[in-house]
Design a protein around this ligand. Structure first.
Ligand code: SF4
Length: 386
């Protein structure tokens, strides 16, 4: 947490409620809405406890989850108001909120806008109702279009859509239709995620019991490149593996903090915090422990870790190569006192040869292929860290 960091931090708030659980999701959330008031009371108490220990300023706030839009407009306004009361939020801060099409009504979006939200991220996923049903999403394409149009009309600084691809049975045409529909709604930002089968989710269990055949890897790779080319051709800037902005002014400043290892404070169950140097903490991932601990006047921290120099180097490489900015050799040397080129020469040469990496003014950036094979690229570097 940015108690004494010079860089402004970000605040992340995890809203642990969803109207229904999607089949692919492994984030912490519950459908036990009867606990919403107890959660909001605990969250405000957590803000109070944390603010006493934090002196730094924040220039981004991100309310995610879960599904923030399942909370009533009044509850969301109360949460945002408390953020501004408890923490030093800099003028011009980016205040993002996630919303789902089935709950992002005009009244809800208007209230979020009035409360100070500048950026809304809408969980569209697909405009194909069959794909939505496969994913276990409860909204339909029409609701997604209405929610985006409403958000657009309310003049948020940025409207972002989440799109998912790589579902079984998805065709080239199907993907193109989704992308064309998405850009026809004039978003400022798109997060496009390849479907992954996370351990313990209903979807991964269905895959293991052969209820469906996954899309072959080569199709998924082809889709990744197709998404990037299509969006870049349509004026979007591909700034992170899964993220595209209509001009640099629309990059998500909050999410950039994760990849740049800037400080952030996480509130709510399962939220993580990072001090921007070497300590990471995370909150309890169950609502009972979270609420009880906060009620007792303690921060609901389940555990923390101190990162070693090696771990910090690994993160610098792993996270940096997720982004089009890549890794700055100069910043690496100034943080770790080691020459980037001399430490990583074999990996640099091999990745160059394989078309995964390019030299930039200040260091190295992943090519599109390098983003696609990010794990391989990062592993070649991290294997060389002594
Ligand atoms: S994907 Fe989003 S809406 Fe679906 S269960 Fe996960 S957090 Fe909730």
């Amino acid at each position: 947490m940015p108690a004494d960091s010079l860089k402004p931090g970000g605040i992340y708030i995890h809203i642990p409620f969803c109207a229904a659980r999607c089949r692919y999701c492994d984030f912490f959330s519950t459908t036990a809405f009867e606990r919403a008031d107890a959660f909001v009371d605990a969250l405000l108490r957590e803000m109070d406890l944390l603010s006493a220990r934090v002196t730094g300023a924040f220039d981004t706030v991100y309310i995610g989850g879960g599904t923030p839009s399942v909370l009533s407009p009044g509850r969301i306004a109360r949460i945002i108001g408390a953020v501004f009361e408890n923490f030093r939020i800099l003028p011009g801060a980016e205040v993002s909120v996630e919303a789902n099409p089935d709950s992002a009504s005009a009244a809800w979006l208007e209230s979020a806008r009035r409360a100070g939200v500048t950026r809304v991220s809408i969980g569209v996923q697909s405009f194909d109702n069959r794909m939505l049903a496969f994913l276990g999403r409860i909204h339909r394409a029409k609701q997604a279009k209405t929610a985006v149009a409403t958000a657009r009309s309310l003049e948020f600084d940025s409207v972002s859509l989440d799109i998912m691809y790589g579902m079984p049975g998805q065709t080239d045409d199907g993907l193109c239709k989704d992308l064309e529909t998405a850009i026809s709604l004039l978003p400022d930002h798109l997060s496009c995620y390849m479907l992954s089968y996370e351990k313990g989710t209903p979807l991964s269990r269905a895959l293991a019991s052969h209820e469906f055949a996954p899309l072959p890897d080569e199709n998924c790779r082809h889709f990744f490149e197709k998404v990037s080319r299509f969006l870049v051709d349509n004026g979007f800037y591909h700034y992170e593996i899964s993220n595209f902005a209509k001009g640099r002014g629309h990059v998500c400043r909050h999410n950039i903090k994760y990849w740049e290892r800037a400080p952030y404070a996480g509130l709510g169950p399962s939220a993580h915090s990072y001090d921007g140097k070497s300590e990471r903490r995370w909150n309890f991932s169950d609502l009972d422990s979270y609420i009880t601990t906060v009620k007792e006047g303690e921060l609901p921290v389940q555990s923390f870790e101190k990162l070693s120099v090696q771990q910090r180097m690994m993160e610098a490489v792993y996270l940096g190569f997720r982004t089009s900015a890549g890794v700055s050799a100069e910043s690496f040397r100034s943080e770790f006192g080691v020459g980037f080129d001399s430490l990583f020469l074999p990996a640099i040469e091999q990745c160059n040869r394989d078309g995964l990496l390019e030299r930039s003014d200040s260091g190295y950036t992943p090519t599109l292929r390098g983003m696609l094979f990010h794990e391989t690229l990062a592993l070649r570097f991290t294997a060389l860290i002594p």
